[in-house]
Design a binder for this molecule. Structure first.
Ligand code: 6MZ
Length: 360
């Protein structure tokens, strides 16, 4: 299909991507290469992506990540996936990207969590040395389901890399399936994944200078957890679908978000396809944007949800009637929410000025 004039505008719009999970961002083309490397797994495309018009429960979305993790289990895979993802974001007009990923160890391939992070950093450095026009930083992710000990271990690793990676590792992400709250040990089920168990690790991260982006209230039942974690406070919030009063958010939670001016990372297609939001027009972007609260459009998992950042901006504009001037301002305001230092913000702001069209 031919690109329309609007497609070109949104692709050329310089953009900041702040909420992208590495393994959720793997494109169709890269999945093809991974399937070719591991034919014995019998994985087909329908198992790694949720196509146009399709919807799944959030729980089913998390099954998709498990399939992708089977395909990405060696250093070579991670290097290829990270390099491809970075180049795809760059080709889509993203000038600054914060990638996030959960370090995994794979006994069968000898992959360790440390090597996992080193490999992502290597991919970032390789893209830089090839002159790919994008500034990439990394957030080390904590999967809420793995509990206190793993969270503390992850923060320690992130701290090590924050000090040794030349500013590439900038923070911590808290993510993972919020609907799955049971773990099993010796056949006794117990509750996992509650933020109160992760609070000490997150506090430790904050104390050592790591920035915090936390998935909060992605589903309705997480309000009490959000109230607790907002006292940290985090530097950014992922999704925050149920934080405002119109969807049942408490005054206490709402006040904490607003008083601390905590930016929200908003992912329209992800929330609609994962059915935590009924349709695009009911997305909470509208509420926060109208309030003038810092709201950053992001993709979440561009591979799994078959989207890209240009498309997400285009959807926000068509759904909520944003002018091109307003869209430009929205992408520019995202610069203030990045975790890299002020000097980087200044460079990006200059870039936006240089690239801005005379007329829209
Ligand atoms: C919460 C999510 C997510 O870390 O292996 N992840 N966590 N909510 C979401 N909304 C849909 N989408 C992705 O990338 C995949 C992992 O990112 C988190 C989950 O922990 C998932 O396993 P990485 O690169």
């Amino acid at each position: 299909m031919m690109d329309t004039e609007a497609d070109v505008f949104y692709r050329e719009l310089p953009k900041v991507e702040l909420h992208a999970h590495l393994n959720g961002s793997v494109s169709f083309e890269t999945i093809e290469k991974l399937i070719g490397r591991k034919p014995h797994l019998n994985i087909e495309h329908g198992m790694t992506a949720i196509g146009k018009g399709q919807r799944r429960t959030l729980d089913e979305c998390f099954q998709v990540f498990k399939v992708i993790h089977q395909l990405v289990d060696t250093e070579e895979d991670i290097l290829m996936v990270a390099t491809d993802v970075i180049k795809e974001f760059a080709a889509d007009g993203v000038k600054y990207l914060e990638l996030r990923s959960t370090p995994r160890e794979e006994k069968s391939t000898g992959l360790t969590k440390k090597r996992y992070i080193e490999t992502v950093i290597k991919a970032i450095q390789q893209c830089k040395s090839e002159g790919v026009d994008i500034d990439v930083r990394f957030l080390v992710a904590i999967d809420r389901r793995n509990g206190t000990e793993v969270a503390v271990e992850t923060v320690k690793l992130a701290k090590e890399f924050m000090l040794s990676s030349d500013g590439l590792v900038v923070g911590i992400d808290l993510s993972g399936d919020p609907t799955d709250r049971t773990g099993l040990a010796e056949n006794v089920s117990f509750v996992v994944g509650h933020g109160k168990d992760l609070l000490p690790a997150l506090q430790m991260a904050k104390n050592c200078g790591l920035k915090l982006s936390l998935h909060l209230s992605e589903i309705q039942s997480q309000l009490e957890e959000s109230d607790l974690l907002l006292d940290l406070p985090p530097d950014r919030i992922g999704h925050g679908t149920f934080l405002h009063p119109e969807v049942g958010g408490s005054q206490s939670v709402f006040d904490k978000v607003v008083k601390n001016n905590i930016p929200l990372e908003l992912c329209l297609t992800s929330n609609v396809k994962g059915q935590t939001v009924p349709c695009y027009s009911k997305h909470h972007f509208k509420y926060w944007y109208q309030l003038g609260h810092p709201s950053v459009i992001c993709t979440d998992d561009k591979g799994v949800f078959c989207t890209d950042l240009s498309q997400e901006y285009q959807l926000a504009a068509s759904t909520f009637g944003l002018s091109r001037e307003a869209v430009w301002e929205l992408s520019q305001q995202a610069i203030d929410c990045i975790f890299a230092p002020d000097a980087v913000k200044q460079q990006l702001k200059q870039k936006w000025i240089d690239l801005k069209p005379q007329v829209f």
